[in-house]
Design a protein. Structure first.
Length: 229
């Protein structure tokens, strides 16, 4: 994931149609008193329920063992499918630039997964972008990659052509540090972006978890290769 970019929330709206029947009884001393029933007109129908977006990418994702789903309402920490507009509105660090990149890539659909380690120290994000062709996927990956400054690359055995970065940077206040391990690669028409972030202090500076992200990248690449094959 670039910078502090999906998640994605899908909301299901349910409308309820109710019909009420009111009984009115006439009473008096005369025999043969009648009872009249008046039916209340049904309420105007609500809009049809919106289905939760489906995604062909959801079954393809790989997540780190033991990591947990986030309980935060922050869109960046949610998991699910995203459209181009949803990505630009909630996840993109540079909406104007990314709009052109997605358009040129013939972007079809995307999916984000967010997880946190059991000790809440590490945050894992996976984003998948489905494009119109392998060449367009390569261009989209390169366009995304150029938006950040990268410090140190590392090898990802089994994932040829992967772009990687391991860096430690200042976030927020001057004594807060963040270690970032990131890799992005292309499988078929898909752009794959994996990031692991860990926050620490200047006195206890965290180290980018290149070992875990290397393992996850290999597993993700292998799963996508099997599905596409």
């Amino acid at each position: 994931m670039r910078r502090h970019a999906p998640g994605v929330a899908a909301v299901l709206y349910v409308g309820v149609l109710a019909v009420g029947v009111l009984g009115l009884t006439g009473c008096g001393s005369n025999a043969g008193a009648t009872t009249t029933q008046v039916q209340v007109a049904p309420a105007a129908p609500t809009a049809a329920p919106k289905a939760v977006p489906s995604s062909s990418l959801a079954p393809l994702v790989v997540v780190p063992s033991g990591y947990l789903k986030s309980t935060a309402a922050d869109p960046e920490q949610l998991s699910g499918p995203f459209t181009a507009e949803l990505y630009l509105d909630t996840l993109s660090p540079m909406p104007a630039v990314d709009r052109a990149l997605l358009l040129n890539a013939s972007f079809g659909e995307g999916y984000q997964v967010f997880r946190v380690s059991p000790d809440r120290q590490k945050r894992f994000t996976l984003q998948l972008f489905k494009t119109g062709s392998r060449a367009k996927a390569a261009d989209l990956r390169q366009g995304f990659w150029k938006q950040d400054v990268h410090s140190r690359s590392f090898a990802v055995p089994g994932v040829p052509g992967a772009l990687t970065d391991a860096r430690v940077e200042v976030v927020g206040s001057s004594d807060q540090m963040e270690a970032v391990a990131q890799t992005t690669f292309v499988v078929g028409t898909l752009v794959v972006d994996l990031t692991i972030r860990q926050t620490g202090s200047l006195q206890d500076t965290p180290t980018p978890d290149t070992a875990l992200i290397t393992t996850l990248a290999k597993q993700q690449k292998d799963r996508l290769a099997r599905k596409s094959g």
